[in-house]
Design a protein around this ligand. Sequence first.
Ligand code: SAM
Length: 269
Amino acid sequence: MEKPVMGDTVLEESFRRAGGKRTYVQRLFARIARVYDLLNRLMSLGLDRRWRAFAARCLALGPGEIGLDLGAGTADLAIAVIRQAGPGARMIGMDITPEMLDLGRRKLVRLGLQDRIELRVGDAEHIDLPDNSVDGCCSAFMMRNVTDLRQALREMLRVVRPGGRMVCLEISHPPGKLLGALFHLYFYRIAPLFGAIIGKAAEEYRYLPRSLTHFPDAPALKAIMEEVGWSEVRFHRLNGGIVAVHVATKPGPGSKSGTSADEADQPLA
Ligand SMILES: C[S@@+](CC[C@H](N)C(=O)[O-])C[C@H]1O[C@@H](n2cnc3c(N)ncnc32)[C@H](O)[C@@H]1O
């Protein structure tokens, strides 16, 4: 079992008191569920929707295919995937926090998508699905929150069929010095104020930036994905690299061997 990579003694103490990172994370998202969507929009200045739409285009679920969204939360990525997918495609969304899924279910009913997206309680590190059972798998802003990153990536690899794809959208470390410094100021100092003032959740929104501190940067995440067995791994840096979208294929029929080049900042239009 991999040791949680946080390197933040205050955070590690909080995990310990909660009985582990998983329980800490689950309780945290249960507390902020009702303000989560609003704060996402505000803190990302509305960009989060475009990031998910980009990730959904990378997954490109075909007609009749089944996709899996891990850490589905209030279902925004699953919805973006279905909007881009071919006819008859369906999504399963899994999350460890029932409160997030409840809000997601209400959203699906409002949008008339409840027959195409099913939301279930489930853990990305122990996915309750058979081997090779989905055509594609994705996650948005979940990977920073898992206890064992490699275990989650291995589980994704196990449930995706050979030749199927995975897409991971996550906050990242912008490579440029100036943008890096500005992003740091915004993400660590300003964004948590939205959480404290609007969401009345100061501790929770202090956790979110700290969860990035020891998360691998985009090239390092690519290397870990290759190490656990994903092939054709590449990443797109969006908006100067404040988020990264990693795309990979499970080796097997339809996939090329090896890895492809990393891609520069992508236009989102
Ligand atoms: C930042 S939210 C992202 C929600 C959604 N994907 C989105 O794009 O808005 C992270 C979600 O991951 C979930 N999560 C954290 N660890 C998880 C795990 N091990 N398995 C499944 N879900 C997990 C949390 O409960 C939370 O709903």
